[in-house]
Design a protein around this ligand. Structure first.
Ligand SMILES: *[C@@H]1O[C@H](CO)[C@@H](O)[C@H](O)[C@H]1NC(C)=O
Ligand SMILES: *[C@@H]1O[C@H](CO)[C@@H](O)[C@H](O)[C@H]1NC(C)=O
Ligand SMILES: *[C@@H]1O[C@H](CO)[C@@H](O)[C@H](O)[C@H]1NC(C)=O
Ligand SMILES: *[C@@H]1O[C@H](CO)[C@@H](O)[C@H](O)[C@H]1NC(C)=O
Ligand SMILES: *[C@@H]1O[C@H](CO)[C@@H](O)[C@H](O)[C@H]1NC(C)=O
Ligand SMILES: *[C@@H]1O[C@H](CO)[C@@H](O)[C@H](O)[C@H]1NC(C)=O
Ligand SMILES: *[C@@H]1O[C@H](CO)[C@@H](O)[C@H](O)[C@H]1NC(C)=O
Ligand SMILES: *[C@@H]1O[C@H](CO)[C@@H](O)[C@H](O)[C@H]1NC(C)=O
Length: 394
């Protein structure tokens, strides 16, 4: 440092300059010497740490002894079961179990390739995100819906912590639970669970569309129809509207101003369908997330306002502003109508598949407005299975 400073100092006498230069050389020598000593002292520890951390990445029971013998590149080759840095596990993680915190997984999920194109054949998939309180009573219906389409979808289940779905190993729901946290309905923890589902699903680079579903949701069209509808859509299907009543604008807090202004405030059903770009934006946002966490408390519900408002503020052009999940709110009150076995008829299912109303889709009109429906009681399963092949065509 002394050396550098003196070098530009033209007024110094030569003597002083040389003296300081020498001092500088001695100092730099000392620094190098001390650094060398420290590195010498710690190098053995560092190598051990390096191996320990690498071991976490690619050790399998069989290779344990090979790694303990010391530094040898062939150790990597002997890793057969889990390939440490393989493209395969990087682009399509198969084991959903991990120990990442929310902060860590949101960061990982926010990584977007800068390079155009993919060095692998990318077949876009639809990620089905099930946010459940445990049991999936409609499981047999969903299994039938997914049968034969393995390459085109991925399932993610956020159940209460520790809850394991009791499904056979050939079910598409087998080992699809993500590391979860407890959810208190109506609080930010519900939206956290939604973001957690999005983040886990984003780790698979082939997932292109992301649908949030609950245990009481059913599909009302077959898989190819649902897949094509979503994959070919230029828009996401996230409900977003301005509700001037106390159940909409009434939930806005003036403390959100000026970051969020009342005219920007939106409401919408939590059951979204998002394209990858928007899913990345949502797991990446901290600013608006923090504002909602602070100021959107009952009777404000983050799951009904965060996505509708955030998309409206920044990405409205990518949103169809309507949901593809049908629900019956006609009786009013805080809960929609629940359909039981006795309510499930061919006419009812036909009427939600096509009720005569047209919806806009890629700037054209279509009679297919909804792909899913809720809420269905477990007693509706049998009649739905009976109607599946004739009415829903799967
Ligand atoms: C590395 O492993 C190979 C194959 O097991 C062995 O032939 C070689 O001697 C090892 N080298 C060292 C430096 O341990
Ligand atoms: C998945 O990974 C977790 C920890 O990362 C591990 O404990 C578990 O055994 C793995 N499961 C399978 C089926 O490989
Ligand atoms: C899991 O399902 C099987 C078959 O449906 C059933 O026999 C078994 O009792 C279930 N296990 C639990 C823990 O519920
Ligand atoms: C959805 O709303 C946004 C405003 O938030 C608007 O810009 C966009 O055009 C709307 N989308 C469609 C498909 O009308
Ligand atoms: C919606 O729910 C109400 C009240 O339960 C019911 O009367 C009505 O028939 C339902 N509408 C449809 C389309 O099923
Ligand atoms: C289901 O059927 C029962 C009995 O007919 C009726 O009372 C109820 O309103 C129906 N529910 C809906 C949502 O239509
Ligand atoms: C059809 O569904 C739309 C959207 O839910 C609703 O606005 C409309 O009233 C329904 N039409 C009929 C004829 O039931
Ligand atoms: C969908 O978006 C693409 C790219 O923005 C555009 O070229 C295409 O015309 C759009 N299709 C429809 C049907 O709007």
């Amino acid at each position: 440092m002394t050396k550098t400073r003196n070098r530009g100092d033209k007024d110094e006498t030569l003597e002083k300059h040389v003296g300081l230069l020498k001092l500088g050389q001695i100092l730099s020598f000392l620094v190098v010497f001390i650094a060398g000593m420290i590195s010498g002292l710690t190098s053995s520890t560092r190598i051990n740490n390096y191996f320990n951390s690498q071991t976490d990445l690619f050790i399998t029971k069989k290779t344990g002894s090979a790694i303990s013998t010391g530094y040898n590149c062939t150790v990597v080759k002997s890793c057969k079961k889990v390939d440490c840095l393989s493209m395969k596990t990087f682009i399509h993680p198969t084991n959903l179990t991990h120990r990442m915190s929310d902060e860590e997984i949101f960061w990982r999920a926010s990584l977007v390739p800068y390079k155009n194109g993919y060095p692998f054949h990318r077949r876009p998939k639809v990620a089905f995100l099930f946010l459940t309180r445990g049991l999936l009573p409609m499981l047999p219906l969903w299994e039938r819906f997914f049968r034969g389409h393995d390459k085109y979808f991925a399932i993610y289940v956020h159940a209460p912590p520790g809850y394991l779905l009791n499904v056979s190993s050939d079910s598409p729901f087998y080992r699809r639970e993500i590391p979860s946290q407890s959810v208190e309905w109506g609080t930010m923890s519900l939206f956290d669970a939604e973001r957690r589902l999005l983040a886990n699903a984003l780790l698979d680079f082939s997932n292109e569309r992301f649908v949030l579903l609950s245990e009481s949701c059913i599909p009302i069209y077959n898989f190819p129809t649902v897949y094509n509808y979503l994959i070919r859509s230029n828009h996401s299907f996230a409900d977003s509207y301005d509700d001037p009543t106390r159940y909409g604008r009434g939930r806005y807090s003036r403390k959100m101003f000026p970051d969020i202004k009342l005219p920007q405030w939106r409401k919408g059903s939590q059951w979204f369908e998002l394209q990858r770009t928007l899913a990345v934006y949502i797991v990446s946002d901290s600013k608006y997330y923090t504002i909602f966490k602070k100021y959107c408390k009952p009777a404000c519900y983050p799951d009904e306002h965060y996505i509708p408002t955030y998309l409206n503020m920044f990405h409205g052009q990518l949103n169809a502003n309507r949901t593809v999940t049908w629900v019956n709110w006609s009786m009013g009150g805080p809960h929609p109508a629940t359909y039981e076995g006795v309510n499930v008829t061919e006419g009812f299912i036909q009427s939600i598949r096509n009720n005569g109303t047209q919806c806009s889709y890629n700037s054209k009109m279509t009679s297919v407005c909804y792909l899913f429906a809720r809420k269905f009681d477990p007693s509706a399963l049998e009649p739905l299975l009976n109607l599946a092949s004739t009415v829903m065509e799967f």
